[in-house]
Design a protein around this ligand. Structure first.
Ligand SMILES: Nc1ncnc2c1ncn2[C@@H]1O[C@H](COP(=O)(O)OP(=O)(O)OP(=O)(O)O)[C@@H](O)[C@H]1O
Length: 283
């Protein structure tokens, strides 16, 4: 498996001398969806700033495409799209079209190609109707989609999303999940996502990390992380409701194991129910 981002025992220092450490290893694999969980202030955004070369790690190892991003981010700038928590700060041009075109214009692409690319991303995101709108007047979900469009228009290899679901209604949340999953499965875009939305993790994750107290406290495939109650509690995280329900069933002595997904959960309950019925019939 190709590691496109690797951070090991990194330390960042803000101008006011705040030290942010992340001991242990964090890797993002090519083509995978990597989710980072952790309480407020656990260093998720700081790591993102390190990955895009905005902050320098003064210790340890940090590489993106095997390159130190602080020294040479410009060499792979086009390969990395980023959407920070507050889309308002990222949307600056007078129209949605201009905003999405910004990076392409900065990169001095021919205007014809810019138009084609922006129209392509607008149609991928079903945003064609918004092209001429003033970004300031868009709804929160629309602004988030425009920011994501601006990050995706260069067809980056990695998309970093910092709290992409903050303040979104359920429908907008689902459409953003569908969108990023579409880019991951159809364009091979590697995703690195931070979120506090525990209920959504199983829909957006191949690998999940937990950051706690300056270290990588846990790493697991898919929903595996939700079975580890101690890890979650130590990191001030809460199991999604599906897993809380299964925990109660297990505590009650119900013969069942934690599921991988809601569908798997439903099947596991049905299977356990049928086993009990059969047991009663036989006895
Ligand atoms: N510009 C800054 N100057 C000084 N300290 C900062 C700055 N930005 C973040 N920090 C500090 O760095 C630490 C890590 O913050 P960071 O934003 O990386 O956390 P986070 O895990 O993304 O949190 P959240 O879930 O709240 O977004 C915190 O203690 C925070 O106070």
């Amino acid at each position: 498996m190709e590691h496109i981002v690797k951070a090991k025992d990194v330390t960042f220092i803000y101008p006011d001398k705040t030290k942010v450490q992340l001991m242990g290893e964090f890797v993002a694999e090519k083509g995978k969806r990597t989710v980072v969980l952790g309480c407020n202030g656990s260093g998720k955004t700081t790591l993102f700033k390190g990955i895009i070369g905005l902050m320098k790690s003064i210790e340890g190892e940090l590489s993106v495409f095997d390159i130190n991003p602080y020294k040479k981010f410009h060499t792979f700038r086009e390969k990395v799209g980023v959407v920070f928590q507050n889309s308002d700060e990222q949307i600056i041009a007078p129209t949605v079209f201009d905003d999405i075109a910004l990076t392409l214009r900065n990169n001095k692409l021919p205007e014809k190609e810019i138009k084609e690319r922006v129209q392509w991303i607008l149609s991928e995101l079903n945003l064609e109707g918004l092209a001429n709108k003033v970004p300031h007047y868009l709804s929160g979900g629309e602004k988030k989609k425009v920011a994501i469009a601006g990050a995706l228009v260069t067809n980056p290899e990695i998309l970093l999303l910092d709290e992409p679901f903050n303040g979104l209604d359920p429908k907008s949340t689902k459409s953003i999940i569908d969108l990023i999953n579409h880019f991951n499965s159809h364009h091979g875009t590697s995703l690195i996502i931070t979120t506090h939305a525990m209920e959504l993790v199983s829909s957006i994750s191949d690998i999940t990390y937990v950051f706690n107290k300056g270290e990588v406290a846990g790493k697991a495939r898919g929903a595996e992380i939700f079975k580890n109650q101690k890890l979650l509690t130590d990191a001030s995280l809460i199991q999604p409701q599906l897993y809380q329900m299964f925990k109660e069933l297990i505590n009650m002595g119900f013969p069942i194991e934690y599921p991988e997904s809601p569908l798997d959960g439903a099947n596991k309950i049905l299977e356990a129910h049928n086993n009990i019925l059969n047991y009663k019939k036989v006895n």
